[in-house]
Design a protein around this ligand. Structure first.
Ligand code: IMP
Length: 193
């Protein structure tokens, strides 16, 4: 029989990716699938804290084993910003274009352009909490390039590549991305536990 687990998201891209990698032995349910339509608080000041908050919320309120992810872009020349606040860097109600524009503005004239994406996945299984991390090192480009992907993809060039994430196809990005790496660790764990 398939084992059920909730992925605390309604993002169709993330769900499809996870279902594809997890294979036949797991049934991955979304928040919609379990009737959870609330805004889950993300009030921690670390990626670990936010991922755990989301997974615990589902476990405590709905009883399902659950995993949740949180991602940030850390830029060295900006003291690690936007970091845990990556989604709302340009302020509440602003979109990815505004976030990217502000990032390029704040990076103007900076010689050190080193940055990394970091994803943390928190899994609550029974009483246990397990954390999985994925990191990709790279740099912030001088201007946007490419239109695939989402978020800061057009201005992030991974160290392993000559082009930005937004110039890669999904498979090439997933193979080296922060989320791809964290997800691979989660799936490996689930397959053995
Ligand atoms: P989340 O925790 O996955 O919702 O990610 C938080 C924010 O980080 C998003 O709103 C995006 O701005 C950014 N982000 C996360 N993953 C990526 C990515 O793979 N490429 C570009 N930006 C990302």
């Amino acid at each position: 029989m398939k084992r059920e687990i909730v992925f605390a998201t309604n993002n169709p891209h993330k769900l499809q990716e996870l279902r594809q990698i997890a294979g036949d032995s797991w049934s991955i349910l979304s928040l919609n699938d379990i009737g959870c339509h609330e805004d889950i608080p993300e009030t921690a000041d670390t990626l670990e804290g936010n991922a755990e908050l989301k997974a615990r919320f589902v476990k405590e309120k709905y009883g399902y084993d659950c995993f949740a992810d949180d991602t940030g872009l850390m830029v060295d020349a900006l003291g690690g910003a936007p970091g845990v606040y990556s989604a709302r860097y340009a302020g509440p109600g602003h979109d990815s274009l505004a976030n990217m524009a502000l990032l390029l503005e704040n990076m103007r004239g900076k010689a050190d352009r080193a940055a990394r994406f970091r994803t943390v996945i928190a899994l609550i299984q029974g009483d246990g909490l397990h954390l999985f991390e994925g990191v990709v090192e790279g740099e912030i480009t001088l201007e946007p390039a490419g239109c695939a992907g989402f978020g800061y993809d057009p201005v992030f060039k991974p160290a392993e590549s000559t082009v930005t994430f937004a110039e890669m196809d999904a498979d090439a990005k997933n193979a080296i991305s922060h989320r791809g790496r964290a997800t691979a660790k989660l799936i490996d764990y689930l397959k053995n536990n």
